[in-house]
Each structure stands twice: as C-alpha cells, then as structure tokens.
Ligand binder design. Sequence first.
Ligand SMILES: [Zn+2]
Length: 471
Amino acid sequence: VAATPPRGVTSAWPDPAARTAAERLMGAALADTHAYLRLSELCDGIGNRLSGSESLDRAVQWAAAAMRGDGLSGVRLQPVMVPHWVRGEEHAEMVSPGPQPLAMLGLGRSVGTPPGGITADVVVVTSFEALDSLPADRARGRIVLYDVPFKSYGETVRYRGAGAEHGARRGAVAVLVRTVGPVSLRSPHTGAMAAYGDTLPKIPSAAVSIEDAEMMHRLTARGVPVRVHLEMGAHTEPDARSNNVIGEVRGRERPDEIVVVGGHLDSWDVGQGAQDDGVGCVLAMESVRLMQRLGLHPRRTVRCVLWVNEENGGRGAKAYADSLHGDVSHHVAAFESDGGAERPIGFQLGVRRVGSDSTDAARLATGLTRLKALAPLFAGLGADQMTDGGGDADIGPLMTMGVAGISHRTTMEHYFDWHHSRADMLDKVDPVELRKNLAALAALVYLVADDPEPLAGPSPAAPRAHGPGTH
Ligand SMILES: [Zn+2]
C-alpha cells in the first residue's frame, strides 16, 4: 500500500525515473575520487584566492577549463569588478611587560599603520557595552583589544565587523579582535571588517589568536600595563577585473528554466580556502559533471555558478543577479554550498518576499513540503533534514528577487576552528565525507531540476518594461 503523499505533492513525484536517476547519481558520487583530486588541484596547485590576486585569476581559468573538459554547455566567464585589498607585511608584538610576538592577521579592508607602526598601551574589553562604559578618555590614544569568547559566528562576528568603528569613536589608535572561532592553536582567523564610515578616523584592525588575547587580558586584569607594537602594510588598490565562472547541464524538456548550484571561488589570502569554499565549488562542479557523464539531463537546466568576491564584497553574487535584469521568472531555485564538507546533514530552504528579507510563508511551506517528500531518499546518507532557514551570501541577491534559496548543510563541527585561518588546507577535508556531500547535493539538485512543479511555486514574474503607470 502506497503511503499517502504529503499535501501539495502528487503521488507521482518523485516518479520512478527521477528516483532511479537520483540513486544513480548517489552511487556514482559515493564511488567518486575525481572530486577530491579536483579539490587538490585547486588547493595545492593554485592555493588561496583573494579577490584581485593572480591566484584567483588562475582559479577562474582553471575552473572554466575544467567545465569545458567535463563537456558542460554554455561555459562562460561573467565579468565582475572586485575590490583589491592587499595585506602587505604585518607583525605585532607585546613590548611590555616583556617582549613577546603576537599571532595576528590584519582584517580585510583594514588600513595599514603609519610607517614605523603604532606603539600604544592596550585596553581590554569584553563587549561594546564595556567599552562604552569606560571613562571618556580611557581608550584615547590606546589600542583596544576585544577579548570576546566565541558564542556563535553570527553573534561574535560583529566585533570583527564593527570593532574598528567603535574603537575609533572612543579615540583608539588601533583595535585587536580575538579570533572569531571556538578554537585556535595560536592561529589567528582573518575576515572582513565593515567599511569605514566617513566621519571617524580610519584605524587599523587585526585579529589575534585566542591565546594572545587571553594572555593580554590576564595581564591587564592583574594590573600589569600591556604595551603593543603593531605594524601593518595593508592597503586597498583600485578595483580589479575578475569573473564568475558558469557552466550548465542542459535541461531535456525546459532548458530555459534554471536551477543554480554554486559556491564561491575566492578565499582569504591565508591557508588554501579548502573548506571555505574550495569544497563548495568542487561539489557544485562535480554535481553537474556527474549528471553530464551519466547522461542524466533533468527537465530543467542546472547551472553551476562559481561566484567571486564572497569574502570581501559580494560583487560576484551581485553581478550574477544584475545579469538577470530583474527577471527571475525562469529561476526555479538556487543552491549554495558554503558550509564545508564535514558530515552532511541536509538542506535548508529560504523563500523571501520580493525586495525584502522577510519570509514568504506560503511559498516556503510549499517548498518545504516538496523537499520533505524527498527526504527519505537522503536518509541513507544522513542528509535528510529538510528545514527552513536557508540563505547564504551568494544566493542572497537572488533570494531577495524571490528565488527559492537552498543551503547545503553539514555538521560544521570543526568548520570555525579552521575558517579564514592558515589551517584551512586540504588535510581538513575528509575524502569520504566529501563523497557523501557530493551524493547529497548532486541528487537533490537533480530532483529539484527534474520536478515537474517548481519547488516553491512559480518564481515572481518578470517586471513589465512598460507597464501601466511607468514612463
Ligand atoms: Zn565561504
């Protein structure tokens, strides 16, 4: 006796052919060694890939060549102008009470120090509120250290983002931010700070390892003055040319309808950007490669998009969205993989009202119902949690235009231990987990692209160019 399908899903979906195709993709992915080899080409052969760097250019050419070699359709580069921040030479040491080097990394977008660096006393705070409650001149002419233990990325990252601005408002000459992560082995984690405002002085901003932050905090708590010398050669050059990389598996019935799957090709300028987000790029590339190799063309076209400049600008995501000229009526869904390749657990769906960040509850419910109907196929991989809350940086602009966004999810047990640090290298990627992630992503992308119905109902119609009331 067939189980009654959930409301909103016909008993015919997924049909036997789609089910078989998904199972073939999973089988091929679980036996696959190509994805890991490809990731090692990117990580070991090219290395990290900051926007504006020569290595990002090499990665763009490498990815396009790989897609052509895979036999994908419509392989192309989509031009994007990206910010070009350069770290330069940098170092920091505690000069008092005794000389000790500090493990630091300047934050993306930061200005450098004046030549010769900055030497100043350190004021340690554990929150913005604590900084604001200090006597008016307490931070003036000093270096503010935010020693804020990691709670969640979303909660703690604001000290990296807004630390410089808050410090400048209190007259600080530089800020240090404890690594935004649960663990460091004296490994500082970089990342972008928010753009400087126009009114406050632009002061340098750097991450320090958890160990160094706690050492300086212990000393000041004992009443021992801490003095630090900071030198940073960071600067911003004119915007550089770069490209998103795009390739497709053409749909067999409705080739003009699109399901996007992608990750971001750029990374920070330390480590290899292996988990963030080399794996996301390779998972997207290999998903379409497997479909192409097995001759599995879903009803709709699957478009692999490797965005650039996720880390410090989001210009690649914006360029892709802008290229649609407001018309997402043919975009059925967009998948993003930017949570590493630890054990896969499932997928999160987000559907927003056009032009806003608020949820379109009706379309979300439709989409979740359809995703949950597929979940049993993913139970064997442990990747069958289909929940709401989807939305990552590179599909954000598409979601704001009304496209259903699906985030690939993993346990992220250690993700933030490595994230944006020198430790994010290929050894952190388990080849077995990579294969399981590939199996989950390739199969779900296929099923969403093959579903006769759009996942979350129709995407918003194209705005009319000369509708009533327009001029
Ligand atoms: Zn990322």
